[in-house]
Design a protein around this ligand. Structure first.
Ligand SMILES: O=C(O)CCC(=O)C(=O)O
Length: 205
């Protein structure tokens, strides 16, 4: 469903089986050879998620993408799986947009996980100017997602992102402020076996 020009919320897009497969992949990745970590950002504050970037690493100190994690352990960003790229491509197409994702930021939110209001604007000037969308997939506990306007002070709408939901924002919505005010513990589908929440955001640098 379109919620604003360029912004789409697809509720229950992924079957429970598809969610289970993704959760297993996310788990293996965040505890793998290049594990997720809690970034410390420019001002010195710790983020409230565990993050793992695939394809390209987003450096929380410089707000720039790089091949290796120079703000943490110098390990290379693991590759973005082809089937994940295809999933993001299909979702963008469903929203009438084109995305050839070359990176994904995978975040794990525990019970106290959150993310302040921000714009995703560290991708290339070309990608941003073209309005190439961000495709977001939610797994596990429900998030209270904040979706604002192009200015920080604009009115912010709150919507629940549940397990299996996808959210796509591109075109005129690409630079809208967004964030997560909180996670609602215990709301993941019982059959998923996940405490907390994974969120995947696919982007094209
Ligand atoms: O977790 C979410 O739903 C949003 C994540 C986000 O805003 C981001 O990764 O930039």
């Amino acid at each position: 469903m379109q919620i604003a020009p360029g912004a789409f919320h697809f509720r229950g897009h992924l079957s429970l089986d598809a969610q289970r497969t993704l959760v297993a992949q996310c788990r293996a990745l965040v505890d793998g050879a290049v594990p997720a970590y809690v970034p410390v950002v420019r001002g010195g504050g710790k983020m409230h998620v565990r993050m793992l970037c695939l394809g390209k690493h987003w450096n929380g100190k410089t707000y720039a993408y790089e091949p290796t994690r120079s703000d943490f352990d110098d390990l290379p960003a693991p590759p973005l799986p082809d089937e994940w790229k295809a999933l993001a491509r299909d979702l963008a197409r469903t929203a009438g947009m084109t995305l050839e994702a070359d990176l994904c930021i995978l975040n794990y939110y525990g019970a106290d996980g959150r993310m302040g209001l921000h714009q995703d604007k560290d991708e290339s000037a070309r990608s941003l100017a073209a309005g190439v969308p961000v495709v977001s997939i939610s797994l596990g506990d429900t998030a209270r997602f904040l979706f604002g306007g192009l200015r920080r002070r604009d009115v912010v709408e709150t919507l629940p992102l549940e397990s299996g939901d996808a959210f796509v924002f591109g075109g005129p919505a690409r630079l809208r402020y967004h964030g997560v005010s909180r996670i609602i513990p215990g709301t993941a589908p019982p059959g998923l076996g996940l405490t907390g929440r994974f969120n995947l955001t696919f982007r094209q640098y």
